[in-house]
Design a protein around this ligand. Sequence first.
Ligand SMILES: *Cc1c(COP(=O)(O)O)cnc(C)c1O
Length: 458
Amino acid sequence: MTQTKKIPYKIYLEESEMPTQYYNVRADMKKKPAPLLNPATLKPMTAEELSQVFCTELVKQELDDTTPYFDIPKEIQDFYKMYRPSPLVRAYCLEERLGTPAKIYYKFEGNNTSGSHKLNSAITQAYYAKKQGLKGVTTETGAGQWGTALSMACAYLELDCKVYMVKVSYEQKPFRREVMRTYGAYVTPSPSETTAIGRKILAEHPGTSGSLGCAISEAVEAATSQEGYRYVLGSVLSQVLLHQTVIGLETQKAMDKYGIKPDVIIGCAGGGSNLGGLISPFMGQKLRGEADYQFIAVEPASCPSLTRGVYAYDFCDTGRVCPLAKMYTLGSGFIPSAHHAGGLRYHGMSSILSELYDQGLLEARSVEQTQVFAAAEYFARVEGILPAPESSHAIKVAIDEALKCKESGEEKTILFGLTGTGYFDLKAYENYNNGTMTDYIPSDEELAKSFATLPQVE
Ligand SMILES: *Cc1c(COP(=O)(O)O)cnc(C)c1O
């Protein structure tokens, strides 16, 4: 189809056009991501070992790097219909304000109560836990989006949900906590006295405000020490990236309807799930030699795992109870500065994205948080949506790319993932508006210290 139809401001799919399968990009990768290793034996984790922590069906998805498509169960497709398809928006207003010849599109994932794309995977993980006959699931949450999404999914399926929330967020984001409790979740500030690892971390670092890595350790311990519970994770894992491919599959279908082909695809990268989900179907085409795209991962300069990290096996959590994953990492002991407000705080990166980046198929950029908030406010004033700070990393680079087009006169088509809304991040917006927000960039010495704690593998 040629691009003659006027492109609407919002492109929606019909219910009948929504994806019925997830796409597993690993199937098309010639060199696969490295396997998870058992930290004790340094041998690849077996399905049996992983099943002590994760739901059986999800373990299958985690370990499968050859099956290209996984059916989305009917029950999950129906749940998706409550808040999907998400709109693909043509940012006409932003283009006009920037005065760029570039065409800008964003896929908006903030149209559900949890306010982000995380619900796409939360429902799938909760579904398989329920199907396995479990009582409930445990997890960690940082800023709170994942915990909120999981609480919603568990409430819908009548499963118990125990959330370890990074202490600093628990205290600074009481509203998030209350949303989770409203959906029936039990929320514990981490590190806590409720787990052995929490008590150990508290003894070693009294007064710590916590980190994602600590909260993960506690949630895993809580799952493995109680009958009928498993642990679920909102990012990083290959299964999560798989579920998030609904974002990219919907986007691709919507673009195909109007004969649109993106040149540049941009996403923010914390653990890599939204970016991986958005780019997977397009990356699949690239890997099969059917089309070419430029892919850009955007991360905070204060937590720069792709741009300044090393590609190595590392622990996924501070307490070192999880399997080892080969990924771009800052070291599992890395804790981003407390001045960093914008989410995306995880020390590592999805092993799929890490491998694609290592092969040069994906680029990465890091941006400073005051620039990110400047882009966020610019976007809010022009396009109306109050973006999450995480999402605003992608906005920043999309605007940069559009301005480059203005200089060169190129009419590129830019697509970015707008992962969520920022209503619970107004404290950070306040700091930005008051001019008290600072940019913290870790020094090489700090990173070197953290790299020194990497496990010796290979
Ligand atoms: C969690 C989150 C992210 C980052 O997580 P990824 O797994 O890297 O996608 C980005 N944006 C929002 C709104 C989030 O809640």
